[in-house]
Design a protein around this ligand. Structure first.
Ligand code: FES
Length: 102
């Protein structure tokens, strides 16, 4: 993950089934706040998915889209909320950049 301070952090011990937001917070990723605890209500876990990974990660559902609309000034076509992404084996090597929502 590329953090909001520009530094990259590589996470190698993510637990399958955990949300990417929980994993990021456990590793102290700068810019991932997760204020709503993963309830898809705050958009403080917003990232931009590397274009090469978009198909694997998938698109946001309607509820996630509504939450992303709250930060529409910084959303992009590759925006996702990490609390809505579950770690699975296919995501090994996933690259994302944390959106600066501050
Ligand atoms: S933690 Fe609040 S929307 Fe993801």
């Amino acid at each position: 993950m590329v953090q909001t301070d520009g530094a990259e952090i590589i996470i190698e011990d993510a637990t399958i089934g955990e949300s990417l937001m929980v994993v990021a917070k456990a590793h102290g990723v700068v810019g991932i706040l997760g204020d709503c605890g993963g309830g898809c209500a705050c958009a403080t876990c917003h990232v931009y998915v590397d274009p090469q990974w978009l198909d694997v990660v998938g698109a946001p559902d309607a509820i996630e889209e509504m939450t992303l609309d709250m930060v529409s000034d910084i959303t992009r076509s590759n925006s996702r909320l990490t609390c809505q992404i579950r770690v699975r084996p296919e995501l090994d090597g996933l690259k994302v950049t944390v959106a600066n929502s501050q």
